[in-house]
Ligand binder design. Structure first.
Ligand SMILES: CCCCCCCCCCCCC[C@H](O)CC(=O)SCCNC(=O)CCNC(=O)[C@H](O)C(C)(C)COP(=O)(O)OP(=O)(O)OC[C@H]1O[C@@H](n2cnc3c(N)ncnc32)[C@H](O)[C@@H]1OP(=O)(O)O
Ligand SMILES: NC(=O)c1ccc[n+]([C@@H]2O[C@H](COP(=O)([O-])OP(=O)(O)OC[C@H]3O[C@@H](n4cnc5c(N)ncnc54)[C@H](O)[C@@H]3O)[C@@H](O)[C@H]2O)c1
Length: 289
């Protein structure tokens, strides 16, 4: 994770990208993923600007980063709590917030987008930021399922666009997928991580066909029998049911006849009722603050 900013550079053959020193990182979207990415970027010494639409959202994000850092420090500095406090203070000093994306990218070396999983909204953002950011700035998306090349096409810098797909919760998960496109001609081939993940389609199939009344059994079964830390319904709540819906609707648009991607009435109902999972305190399960 310490070298996350360099991973994207290593996947590009272009010297323009490879020679950029990444110091200033702008994260657009201060939800669960954006806040986590801001935390790891700031913890590895980068100067981070976190952007979202309102100050309230950003305040909540900063609070979340601070409490996650406390959990990290509890382990990392278990025998030296004072150094732990210093670490938290230093990391928090590396993060500033802004509700104005244009101002936030003026001296950015790397922008990581972590907003809603919707191509049109992401393309609008990429197109807008392209006009505001310096020429050398690299654009990355944290998308779960959308083609990076379609976002890159909204910019004049497709050779400097890629994917940095972090996993949730970012401070705990050690995997980051680096996604290149044909324009970046990198060492990595362009891929759409979640579109090729059979586990996820298995979950979808189960949810469509058998979830009525048996989610607890499925979750317990997968934890006890397969060693998963969370069952598929718990994990869906953790990811966010709105995000899951965006992803699965996108799959269906691409392959309308594939029975694996048939719509889930239950998922649609929960999302329409604003039951988005852990972040709204209700999804498949109920949660307390
Ligand atoms: C109808 C439905 C259709 C479904 C279709 C499916 C469609 C496809 C879905 C695609 C989704 C794609 C999403 C995305 O693109 C990709 C992803 O990110 S997938 C998610 C990947 N993440 C996981 O799989 C997480 C699995 N869970 C875990 O690993 C653990 O449960 C946990 C989250 C680490 C929590 O651990 P627990 O033991 O359960 O709980 P604890 O609270 O005790 O935590 C343990 C340990 O971790 C520390 N910790 C936890 N969270 C944080 C944090 N945010 N920051 C810092 N530290 C954290 C905690 O302090 C504990 O430390 P300890 O006390 O042990 O020292
Ligand atoms: N949730 C996960 O487990 C997970 C894991 C990996 C990747 N992702 C991807 O990360 C992205 C974000 O997911 P999330 O779970 O953090 O979502 P989230 O709903 O928690 O947060 C999204 C944030 O983006 C903000 N936002 C929306 N449009 C914006 C705009 N135009 N400008 C600035 N801010 C804007 C929202 O206010 C919100 O705070 C999605 O593309 C998702 O697919 C999610």
């Amino acid at each position: 994770m310490a070298f996350f900013a360099h991973q994207i550079q290593r996947s590009f053959s272009s010297s323009v990208v490879r020679n950029v020193v990444i110091k200033n990182v702008t994260i657009i979207g201060g939800g669960q993923m954006g806040a986590g990415i801001a935390q790891v970027a700031a913890s590895t010494g980068h100067s981070v600007t976190l952007v979202d639409m309102t100050d309230d959202i950003l305040k909540k994000a900063m609070k979340g980063i601070q409490s996650s850092l406390r959990r990290v420090v509890k382990k990392k500095f278990s025998d030296d709590p004072e150094s732990g406090d210093d670490f938290i203070q230093k990391v928090m000093q590396n993060v500033s917030t802004n509700t104005n994306p244009a101002a936030a990218v003026t001296s950015s070396d790397l922008v990581v987008e972590a907003i809603v999983e919707n191509m049109k909204i992401k393309q609008d953002l990429f197109g807008f930021l392209d006009k505001m950011a310096p020429e050398h700035t690299i654009f990355a998306s944290n998308t779960s399922s959308l083609p990076i090349s379609d976002m890159a096409s909204a910019t004049s810098r497709p050779d400097r666009c890629g994917g940095l797909h972090f996993f949730n919760p970012v401070p705990m998960m050690k995997l980051v997928e680096v996604v290149a496109t044909s324009s970046t001609r990198g060492r990595f081939r362009s891929l759409n991580p979640c579109l090729v993940c059979p586990g996820h389609t298995w979950v979808h199939q189960r949810c469509v066909s058998v979830c009525h009344g048996s989610k607890e059994d499925i979750d317990i079964g997968m934890k006890l029998g397969a060693g998963y830390p969370m069952g598929p319904f718990e994990l869906s709540d953790y990811v966010g049911l709105d995000t899951i819906k965006f992803i699965t609707d996108g799959w269906r648009e691409k392959e309308p006849d594939n029975p694996l991607f048939a719509p889930s009435d239950l998922l649609n109902k929960l999302v329409s009722e604003g039951k988005l999972g852990k972040k709204s305190l209700q999804g498949f399960y109920k949660y307390s603050k």
